[in-house]
Design a protein around this ligand. Structure first.
Ligand code: NAG
Length: 364
């Protein structure tokens, strides 16, 4: 009897010991909270009391050791507190380096608060359990920590829609678990690391709307899981690598508004899996390769604002589907082919060429 009671007591004590968060994690969270200001929803009012694993909004712990595992704070969410406040979230302040003391953290999500500023604390690269880093939609500035490559387990790195500058750290190619990289709409300059192809798990590489220079590394074409590549609205020059057209699952390729030159690789147009191709506003020259066929299926094919010359290839008539087609602002000439893919296109898709004619433009 006494033994049973003792065992039960021990269990209760153990359960309590692993369910309450350690004081060191609580203090790190309170220092993190003290650097942020969230005036409309009051989410940080829930960050009080001794057990940070229970009812602290956006905080969750690993049940086996009661260490803080996730900070998940999203400024745009379906959560009832947003409905009650009748608005989306807004938060100012900075990310306190105290977050780096949460050494079992697996996700750091501070997304769409619009006003969080300051730098990403470089010490986050010591958080070796991190899997998700999502700081999208704030005013974060400064550089991406140079040692970002230490984060070998991170699968999602989303820093889009901030004010981040500096270059993409060379170490990024060591983030061997990275599947989703989103750096869009920042002020990132310099080149794309030539060995980006080392990131073999990548399925989305979104680097559009920055100030990137240099050429498109052909190593990217070796990332066989890559489905979405966005390098649009940068200052990237050189040729479009032919190999991009041979990628097995690439479905969206947006390279528009850059300084790309050279010819249009035939492989891009004959790749049946590529559903969206935007090369608009570059310096692409030469003829459009006549390589379309019955498995051509483009939701959008935008080649507008380039230096393309010659005829619109007749093989485009045999395409299974072409949704939005834009060949305007080039130097194309001759009659627009007849066929289903051309029937629903507007005249503006062919406007401002040298001498195109036929439906939907004037008859030849
Ligand atoms: C392609 O890119 C251009 C320029 O960046 C943009 O204006 C256009 O809407 C894009 N086309 C499609 C089909 O999204």
């Amino acid at each position: 009897m006494r033994l049973l009671f003792g065992a039960a007591l021990l269990l209760v004590v153990l359960a309590w010991a692993v369910s309450a968060c350690p004081a060191s994690d609580r203090e790190a969270l309170l220092a993190f909270k003290a650097s942020l200001h969230e005036p409309y929803l009051g989410i940080f009012n829930t960050w009080s009391g001794t057990d940070c694993c229970t009812n602290w909004y956006g905080v969750s712990c690993d049940p086996t050791n009661a260490r803080v595992a996730d900070i998940n704070l999203r400024g745009e969410s379906e959560d009832p507190i947003f409905e009650k406040a009748g608005r989306s979230g807004y938060m100012t302040g900075t990310i306190n380096p105290s977050v780096c003391r949460l050494d079992r953290l697996t996700s750091l999500i501070l997304a769409d608060w619009k006003g969080i500023s300051g730098e990403i604390p470089p010490c986050i690269t010591s958080l070796s359990s991190l899997r998700v880093v999502d700081l999208v939609g704030n005013k974060i500035s400064g550089r991406i920590p140079p040692a970002i490559g230490d984060l070998r387990r991170v699968t999602v790195l989303n820093l889009a829609d901030n004010e981040i500058s500096g270059e993409i750290p060379a170490s990024i190619v060591q983030m061997s678990s990275l599947m989703h990289l989103d750096l869009r709409n920042n002020r990132i300059s310099g080149g794309i690391p030539a060995d980006l192809g080392k990131l073999t798990m990548l399925s989305r590489a979104l680097l559009g709307r920055n100030q990137l220079t240099g050429t498109i590394p052909s190593s990217i074409a070796t990332i066989y899981r890559l489905a979405d590549l966005d390098l649009s609205m940068n200052k990237i020059n050189g040729w479009v690598p032919e190999q991009l057209g041979k990628m097995p699952v690439l479905s969206t390729l947006t390279l528009d508004s850059n300084w790309l030159s050279g010819k249009l690789p035939a492989s891009l147009l004959s790749n049946a899996g590529l559903g969206i191709l935007n090369l608009s506003r570059n310096w692409i020259e030469g003829e459009i390769p006549d390589v379309f066929g019955s498995n051509t299926y483009f939701m959008a094919l935008d080649l507008s604002h380039n230096n393309l010359k010659g005829k619109i290839p007749g093989s485009l008539s045999s395409a299974k589907y072409v949704g939005h087609l834009d060949l305007s602002h080039n130097h194309l000439c001759g009659s627009i082919p007849i066929g289903e893919p051309f029937e629903h296109q507007e005249a503006s898709s062919f406007a401002n060429n040298d001498c195109l004619c036929g439906n939907p433009l004037k008859t030849c």
